[in-house]
Design a protein around this ligand. Structure first.
Ligand SMILES: Nc1ncnc2c1ncn2[C@@H]1O[C@H](COP(=O)(O)OP(=O)(O)OP(=O)(O)O)[C@@H](O)[C@H]1O
Ligand SMILES: [Mg+2]
Length: 202
């Protein structure tokens, strides 16, 4: 990081899910101050996965957490700064099936890891007020990406919008379809899945 003058990065276990072991780490260019965000909690000699994001600034704790996560294979990425709405940063979960977008949910957070089970807040996609052209760009990105996997019919795609609203896919989930915003209302996502199964098998 020092050699490349990179001050912030994500470390993500290759085989993780639900943000377990995911680390967002920022170092001040002074080489002294730093902050690390993750769902890992520390209890004496034990590190464990918790249900909220903690922030750490202490060098010893940060070293412990990073050393533990680096025991397995990881993906190391640039930390892309996210767009924000009402003072919180956000990204999107876009659920696609059979070449169509079924749902888009906004995941807002006051820290950089937005998974909804980590006490972050879901909000309506329409409330972002994105232009029709931007929505079409995000949809096309997702639908083009999923076409690369012709045997996969359904996916939950995590899409990050940078501060100038450039969309990037962070990851593609094999399911990623449990979205309470929809499941507790019209239930579009699971209805569409049942219809697809019916039309193929019944
Ligand atoms: N490169 C990145 N820059 C900024 N934020 C990121 C980056 N990578 C991941 N994040 C944030 O961290 C969260 C967790 O990362 P990611 O989605 O890759 O793994 P995961 O959530 O463990 O997987 P799953 O969605 O299957 O549970 C993302 O939702 C996003 O908010
Ligand atoms: Mg994810």
């Amino acid at each position: 990081m020092q050699a490349s003058k990179i001050t912030r990065m994500f470390i993500k276990p290759t085989l993780g899910s639900g943000a377990a072991g995911v680390i967002a780490w920022r170092r001040h260019p002074d080489g002294i101050r730093q902050v690390l965000y993750c769902a890992i909690a520390i209890d004496g000699s034990r590190l464990f996965n918790s249900n909220k994001i903690h922030s750490y600034q202490d060098d010893v704790q940060i070293r412990r957490i990073i050393s533990a996560v680096l025991q397995q294979e990881n993906i190391v990425e640039c930390w892309l700064p996210k767009a924000s709405v009402n003072g919180k940063s956000y990204d999107l979960r876009v659920v696609c099936m059979d070449g169509k977008i079924l749902w888009r949910v906004v995941r807002t957070s006051s820290q950089p890891i937005t998974n909804l089970h980590l006490q972050n807040q879901a909000s309506e996609f329409a409330s972002l007020g994105l232009s029709a052209a931007k929505v079409a760009e995000i949809d096309a990105l997702c639908l083009n990406a999923i076409q690369l996997f012709p045997d996969i019919r359904l996916a939950g795609i995590d899409v990050l919008l940078t501060r100038n609203l450039t969309p990037y896919i962070i990851e593609i989930n094999g399911q990623g379809d449990l979205i309470y915003q929809d499941a507790q209302n019209e239930n579009h996502i699971y209805r569409a899945q049942i219809q697809a199964i019916r039309s193929q098998y019944v």
